[in-house]
Design a protein around this ligand. Structure first.
Ligand code: ATP
Length: 236
């Protein structure tokens, strides 16, 4: 483990009562890096995302920009550029697209107009729908909106939990393109993803979680060659 990551997780464990959801987690995400955490349902991916962004008690160490996350509220972390796009998206259903986006502009010095421009260029479908209520949008559009709102927060570290959930392949292409542009902007990304193909396509490094533990890690190339990954996650 190194000390120069934007995010450094060392020997981290999280429990829900008697259930241990994560144990012995070591993970570093460097500046500008894209790291994907893959694994089946219940492996602990969302728990890891929630822990990183300050929503869970943990043992061990979780540092963002060198400061322990434990002593900071999620609100403080957002101010410091750690933005979490949750699995459930958490949109405001009875508010418009643009109002949802504007609410994401948390950081003190954000130029809201410029950020809106950036998000609309990234996901043009949103610009066609600025006054539509979030709840009336398709699943794919809602996911774009959730990612867009997170980007309004001008993240240094974007935590993306399961952005492909329930989306048709053709919509995935739009999300994929958007994510590639986000990384070109230099945003550091921690992605939790059950869609292994999607994760392997985008990430620089992959971590496989099973039952709350890291069981494999490596580059997409390395993991594609791994017999266990191929048989269990890529259909042989
Ligand atoms: P999925 O993709 O299905 O969401 P996941 O990999 O994100 O799965 P988690 O949601 O982190 O996995 O769940 C890890 C374990 O922790 C599971 O056994 C789950 O039942 C448990 N768990 C998660 N959240 C809670 C909670 N709030 N209270 C109790 N147990 C929880």
């Amino acid at each position: 483990t190194t000390g120069d990551g934007i995010l450094t997780v060392e020997d981290c464990a999280v429990s829900y009562g008697k259930v241990t959801a994560l144990r012995g987690i070591d993970l570093t995400v460097g500046e500008g890096e894209f790291v994907a955490v893959i694994g089946p349902n219940g492996a602990g991916k969302s728990t890891l995302c929630n822990t990183v962004s300050g929503f869970r008690d943990y043992t061990g160490s979780v540092q963002y920009h060198g400061t322990e996350v434990g002593g900071q509220s999620p609100r403080d972390l957002v101010q410091r550029g750690l933005v979490h796009c949750t699995e459930s998206r958490d949109l405001f259903g009875y508010m418009s697209v643009e109002d949802n986006l504007t609410l994401g502009a948390y950081r003190a010095n954000t130029n809201t107009k410029e950020r809106l421009r950036f998000v609309y260029d990234l996901f043009p479908a949103l610009e066609d729908r600025t006054s539509q209520l979030a709840r009336t949008m398709s699943g794919g559009e809602q996911q774009m909106l959730a990612i867009g709102r997170a980007l309004m927060g001008d993240p240094d570290l974007l935590v993306l939990d399961e952005p492909t959930l329930g989306l048709a392949p053709v919509i995935l292409d739009d999300i994929s393109e958007g994510i590639e542009q986000i990384r070109e902007e230099g945003v550091t990304i921690l992605l939790a993803e059950q869609n292994v193909t999607f994760a392997l396509r985008h990430a620089d490094r992959i971590v496989l979680l099973e039952n709350g533990e890291v069981v494999r890690r490596g580059s997409p190339e390395e993991l594609r060659e791994d017999d266990y990954i191929r048989e269990s996650y890529l259909g042989g």
